[in-house]
Design a protein around this ligand. Structure first.
Ligand code: ADP
Ligand code: MG
Length: 309
């Protein structure tokens, strides 16, 4: 199971469709190399921060023309466009290598608890900075929460609940068993809750993509869970003169560094938490490394390798 960070897809601020496709394509060339080596049972997941932010901006600007759609719809839209682009570029790279393996993106839901404490304390800023204070006050009256910044205005805060179960896991397993490369739980998955009456329904939240990736990796019995991002791995004393990259660490050592406050809350923290959770629950290996080194990270020759004990 491979998880790609937002940087795999879009530069900061999010590029044009052509730029995003170009970035993903470079990543998919390396994935095709893995397949060529025989590592062909793959599930891919991805972030969607910049993309879902763009969809929200369009919602805001067009709200007087077409009705805005809820956040779960926005996540579904980004799964579709990113999934399509991965399928297109990876299929092309496999074709060039004479490999006829299908690539199938799954629009995927992830169950969260309606009483998750995250719903009481929305913590994740998303979308554009808004400037109209009256508008923000009106929307606060409707129950939305905002982060206020004296220079930039207001930005929407949404809950980031824990992922409990990948609803579309059976579809992912069917496709994997039939030899497909599957793209699933993109953007952390479409958050849904089960109120016991009727269908599951979407809820306004954003699930952390590293945690949702770790969950699916465990559910499908992945032998390795690899998180690819824009740094060579996990460092202690990150950004200081004493900075040291971790090569192979036990989950116990890594947890100790996390307890020591070594990892950024909205960045490396959730990756470390996701890697540790996967290794603790499965006894398998996780790795965190650079997007440019996918093959070496998968083989344990680069990045931070997280092992049991
Ligand atoms: P992605 O978009 O791939 O999910 P993030 O930006 O969320 O990536 O997280 C990666 C970032 O985490 C790195 O660019 C780095 O700035 C930051 N970071 C924070 N603490 C650490 C650490 N201890 N070691 C390495 N990177 C760290
Ligand atoms: Mg980033």
């Amino acid at each position: 199971m491979l998880a790609f960070g937002g940087n795999a897809i879009a530069p900061q601020g999010a590029g044009t469709a052509a730029e995003q496709t170009e970035r993903l394509w470079a990543t998919m060339r390396q994935v095709a190399e893995l397949v060529t080596e025989g590592r062909s049972a793959l599930v891919l997941t991805h972030g969607n921060g910049p993309q879902v932010g763009n969809v929200l901006i369009k919602n805001e600007l067009a709200r007087d023309v077409v009705p805005p759609v809820p956040l779960d719809w926005c996540v579904a839209q980004t799964q579709a466009t990113i999934g399509f682009t991965i399928a297109d570029t990876l299929t092309h790279e496999l074709d060039r290598r004479g490999i006829a393996q299908p690539v199938v993106p799954v629009v995927s839901r992830v169950l969260v608890d309606a009483d998750d404490p995250g719903f009481q304390a929305p913590s994740k800023p998303i979308g554009p900075w808004l400037e109209d204070g009256d508008e923000v006050a009106r929307r606060e009256g409707e129950g939305l929460r905002f982060l206020a910044d004296p220079d930039r205005g207001w930005r929407r805060l949404v809950p980031s609940p824990q992922p409990r179960r990948s609803v579309d896991r059976a579809a992912v397993e069917l496709l994997l068993d039939d030899g497909a490369i599957v793209v699933a739980n993109g953007g952390g998955g479409i958050p849904v809750v089960d109120d016991g009456e009727g269908p599951l329904h979407g809820i306004e939240a954003v699930i952390d993509k590293d945690l949702a990736g770790a969950l699916l990796a465990e559910e499908i019995d992945a032998d390795t869970f690899v998180i690819l991002t824009d740094v060579p791995g996990v460092a202690v004393d990150f950004g200081t003169p004493r900075q040291r990259w971790l090569e192979t660490v036990t989950v116990t050592e890594l947890r100790a560094h996390a307890d020591d406050g070594q990892f950024g809350a909205g960045s490396m923290g959730p990756k470390v938490a996701a890697a540790c959770a996967f290794v603790e629950r499965t006894g398998q290996r996780a790795a965190i490394g650079a997007l440019e080194h996918i093959v070496a990270v998968v083989h344990g020759r680069a990045g931070t390798q997280v092992v049991p004990a």
